[in-house]
Design a binder for this molecule. Structure first.
Ligand code: ATP
Length: 404
């Protein structure tokens, strides 16, 4: 009997051992299944997120495109009711959608409108306008020096004192206790070197040169003029020292007695923005404004008040000596046949020509030589070029008579 007992005991032991091993095996299996479950859960979560983003993408693709617009005026701040000018042209009075409720809407902001209801759906980031970014010579210091300017000694002297000195040595003005002029206005017929001199000052002061053209501001970018002016000044401050050169200032700054059309209002708004920007910055700061116009007589007097364009510099039609030096400057790099070349005769025959006309004559002469496939430019080429350019000049004489 004890033998049987012994056997049973052994079997019990074996079974016990087996159960322990089996339990361990099950525990192991359970753990591995749990890990697998966790992995599958994570995978499910990932797939759910992917599904969600794909659904969003589908929704986004189904949404009609939004129309961009600029806020012209805010009528009711609480309700977000405003007048906007859409990028497609017309202006609308629109409400804000719930999406932008609570966000402050100001005139000049860029917004996105629902195509059907025209409700404001989004406020777009105020980034620099591509026009501002792509403006000529932005971010660059011109490579024109005073040596490239013929004549205009007095003008250069004056602009050096009023623009260059405050930029280079602001402490001088501080010590003496006077404010340098904020803006300088260059006036004279087209092609008399206003832009050239402004670029030369920028070069001399190592300032960025930002050129805007008044007529483009109000014709090409209707409804956007004021915003562009603000952005340009902002850019100039960021890139300081800088010179803002406003060509054709009369296009935005001409005096008008009554505001008759919406176009007038647009010009008026752009001018007001310009005045407020000019008033808003420090005279001793390192942003300088140079304006240029052919018609100073029609400018709004508000522009010429102290603290704005309070220094006027006249750019006359060049005289004999000036024409001679302008010719010399433009001929510097030209390959000219010196035999029977007579500069005096050219200078004599170009009375009334501007610097731009003289430059035109030189390039035209070069073109004649190229057409002849010649090695260099002959005096005859210059004579032909002069008569061609001067002929064109006569056509424009009504304009030039104003200044001669
Ligand atoms: P606009 O009123 O049409 O803008 P502007 O007075 O600004 O004319 P500029 O653009 O400076 O004229 O002149 C046109 C070109 O004529 C210059 O790029 C330059 O090559 C030449 N030019 C004009 N004046 C001079 C000058 N005094 N010396 C040398 N070049 C000159």
């Amino acid at each position: 009997m004890p033998a049987i007992k012994e056997k049973n005991k052994k079997e019990d032991l074996k079974e016990g051992e087996y159960l322990v091993t089996y339990t361990r095996h099950l525990e192991k299996r359970l753990r591995s299944l749990e890990t697998e479950k966790q992995l599958l859960d994570a995978e499910r979560l990932r797939l759910e997120q992917e599904l969600h983003s794909l659904r969003n993408e589908i929704d986004r693709l189904r949404e009609p495109p939004l129309v961009t617009a600029t806020i012209i005026d805010v009528l009711d701040e609480k309700k977000g009711r405003s007048i906007v000018k859409s990028s497609t042209g017309p202006s609308f009075v629109v409400n804000s959608s719930r999406k932008v409720k609570g966000q402050k809407i100001e005139s000049g902001m860029r917004v996105a409108l629902n195509q059907r209801t025209f409700a404001i759906m989004e406020i777009l980031p105020t980034k620099l306008d591509p026009f501002v970014k792509g403006m000529e010579v932005i971010d660059s210091i011109p490579d024109i020096s005073y040596d490239d300017v013929g004549g205009l000694e007095e003008q250069i002297q004056e602009i050096r004192e009023t623009v260059e000195l405050p930029l280079k040595k602001p402490e001088l003005f501080e010590r003496i206790g006077i404010e340098p002029p904020k803006g300088v206005l260059l006036f004279g017929a087209p092609g008399t070197g206003k832009t050239l001199v402004a670029k030369a000052v920028a070069h001399e002061t190592q300032a960025r040169f930002i050129r805007i053209i008044g007529s483009e501001l109000v014709q090409k970018f209707i409804g956007e003029g004021a915003r562009l002016v603000r952005e340009i000044f902002q850019l100039a401050k960021e890139k300081a020292p800088s010179i803002i050169f406003i060509d054709e200032l009369d296009a935005i700054g001409s005096r008008r007695l009554t505001i008759a059309t919406s176009g007038d209002r647009e010009v008026q708004r752009t001018l007001m923005q310009l005045l407020s920007e000019m008033d808003g910055f420090d005279q001793r700061g390192d942003v300088k404004i140079i304006g240029a116009t052919n018609r100073p007589d029609i400018l709004d007097p508000a522009l010429l008040r102290p603290g704005r364009f309070d220094r006027l510099i006249d750019f006359p039609i060049p005289g004999w000596q000036e024409r001679e030096s302008i010719f010399k400057i433009h001929m510097r790099r030209m390959n000219i046949d010196k035999s029977n070349f007579n500069l005096n005769r050219l200078v004599d025959m170009t009375k009334g020509a501007t610097g731009a006309d003289i430059k035109g004559i030189c390039s035209e002469a070069g073109m004649f030589a190229i057409r002849r496939e010649a090695e260099n430019i002959s005096f005859k080429d210059f004579l032909e070029a002069a008569s061609k350019v001067l002929g064109k000049m006569k056509e424009k004489s009504i304009e030039s008579k104003l200044y001669s």
